[in-house]
Design a protein around this ligand. Structure first.
Ligand SMILES: [Zn+2]
Length: 78
């Protein structure tokens, strides 16, 4: 009965186990910072890169954070 496992791997991608939501979110701000600084975020945090691709929820968080930081940071909008 490996069908379910195979399906999971198909959904999660070929990278094997990813970091999971909580681990990924812990460094998501660092990931975003690195990306905006022009550093290879996906190489620095491969677990996060994989997870963002696999998890729509975290991808949404990532995109939101990216937009927020890119627009000048927190609390500066008015
Ligand atoms: Zn997630």
């Amino acid at each position: 009965m490996t069908e379910r496992r195979k399906l999971l791997e198909t959904i999660l991608g070929p990278g094997g186990p990813d970091s999971g939501c909580s681990d990924g979110l812990e460094v998501l701000d660092l990931y975003v910072e690195a990306e905006l600084a022009g550093r290879p975020a996906a190489a620095l945090f491969p677990d996060v890169a994989v997870h963002i691709l696999a998890c729509p929820d975290c991808r949404e968080d990532y995109e939101g954070m990216l937009a927020l930081v890119a627009s000048g940071g927190q609390g500066e909008q008015s």
